[in-house]
Write a protein of this length. Structure first.
Length: 296
């Protein structure tokens, strides 16, 4: 077995982990795949004779690639105005497949990724690598051109933001389904009080309609306002909207379609039996690129 073949085998053994790192860094499945491919190209061009820990070496390479991509994205200001949701990972209600299980390890819910989108690139890298993948600050420091102490501070600032804005969802999927089912039934029946009963008082609804003019607010705060929005959507959606239960980033969600085409993806974050966040992807272009084969 030649050296190139061994190198390729070693890389493939780490591919799932690298894709998980890149997805948390970038919030984009296609860009995560690009970052992993770039890591392979750099590996194939490098002298790896002195590399003792291939997994660690590849993780730091992917971190550097993602950091460059985030900085380039910020410089181009390419994100649309208003809410931009990360790419959701959608699987059947029965659970994600093996590939998605690796991608979604450590409960990387959509609400967490939304908060990560608000961090500065270096903060995001320090938090993701250290807090989610246990990379030591000594290894993070050279990636961000800081001292280990400064890298620790970056992660600490990010951690405070995440703790304040990214609630940890209930782990019990059956309980999640019960709460989301009650919400959907109340919306369908026009039951305002029923909606209020399952919504956290400080619930936030975020909707990503893409670059097109939004037909509804992109961000709504508070139980009463979100309940009003849910009732309005239910009245306007019509009988031809087909909703299917799904898991969105491992949490209970709904994928709706109209005339055979995806119409929206709803992700719910349930904490202590109440919905604290609803994230809606309704950008037609991005919806058309989603892999929904698990739901068929």
């Amino acid at each position: 077995m030649n050296e190139n073949h061994l190198l390729a085998e070693g890389f493939e053994a780490h591919r799932g982990h690298l894709r998980a790192v890149a997805y948390r860094m970038l919030g984009s499945l296609s860009e995560a795949d690009d970052a992993v491919q770039e890591a392979w190209l750099r590996l194939s061009r490098s002298d790896t004779g002195a590399v003792e820990n291939l997994g660690g070496w590849l993780t730091t390479v992917v971190g550097r690639v993602c950091l460059d991509m985030l900085r380039s994205r910020t410089a181009r200001r390419e994100e649309p105005l208003g809410v931009h949701l990360p790419d959701p990972v959608i699987s059947s209600a029965g659970g994600p497949g093996p590939e998605d299980q690796a991608l979604l390890a450590d409960s990387v819910g959509l609400a967490l990724l939304v908060v990560l989108e608000t961090l500065a690139p270096a903060e995001r890298l320090a938090f993701v690598l250290h807090d989610l993948f246990a990379v030591p600050f000594d290894e993070i420091a050279p990636i961000v051109d800081r001292t280990p102490a400064a890298a620790r501070q970056l992660a600490s600032r990010a951690r405070r933001r995440v703790r304040g804005a990214a609630p940890v969802p209930d782990a019990d999927l059956a309980r999640q389904r019960e709460v989301v089912g009650a919400f959907l039934a109340a919306a369908r029946d026009g039951d305002f009080e029923g909606l209020i009963a399952v919504l956290d008082p400080d619930v936030v609804l975020r909707a990503d309609y893409g670059p097109a003019p939004a037909l509804a607010p992109r961000e709504v705060h508070g139980a009463a306002a979100v309940a009003d929005q849910a009732l309005t959507f239910s009245r306007l959606s019509g009988p031809d909207l087909h909703a299917r239960p799904a898991l969105v980033n491992g949490a209970v969600g709904v994928v709706s379609s109209r005339e055979g085409r995806p119409y929206s993806v709803l992700a719910f974050t349930v904490v202590d039996g109440r919905i604290v966040a609803i994230d809606i992807l309704a950008d037609p272009e991005r919806l058309s690129g989603l892999d929904l084969t698990d739901l068929d």
